[in-house]
Design a protein around this ligand. Sequence first.
Ligand code: ZN
Length: 157
Amino acid sequence: MEFNELYQEIILDHYRSPRNNCSEQEASAGNCVKHENPLCGDELLLSVQLDSKGGWIEKICFAGHGCSISQASASMMTEAVQGLDRRQALALVERVREMMRGAEPDEELGDVEALQGVSKFPVRIKCALLAWMALKDALDGGNGNYQTETIHEQGRS
Ligand code: ZN
């Protein structure tokens, strides 16, 4: 079996009932970034709201469309980082990127671990990372319109 069945179930569950999914209008409010993966046609609008002291993620929501992996990953990401501070959230982004490069997840990642199987399918890695790169961008203070393609290539060492 190429793709762990349990993982597949978790991905489908997030795809069918996305967490922290909101309207495009709502996602465009506040600190919003838009990321696209043109290879697959995935689009994501992500809104991240830090608490008034700028410490932790108070509210996060996304609107988007695309393949099941990109949308499930966005759902998992918003669930995983809610309540984390900026530094913790960025560290989690790095862990997920490492996982997509084939590293075993070294800590309890919850549902996010289900994305691990995607690392075996290079064309889908960008789908899985779309939401995470959007989050990194939002936390880095970006306010742009990016294609994950570009960012992913830049991030490669
Ligand atoms: Zn995709």
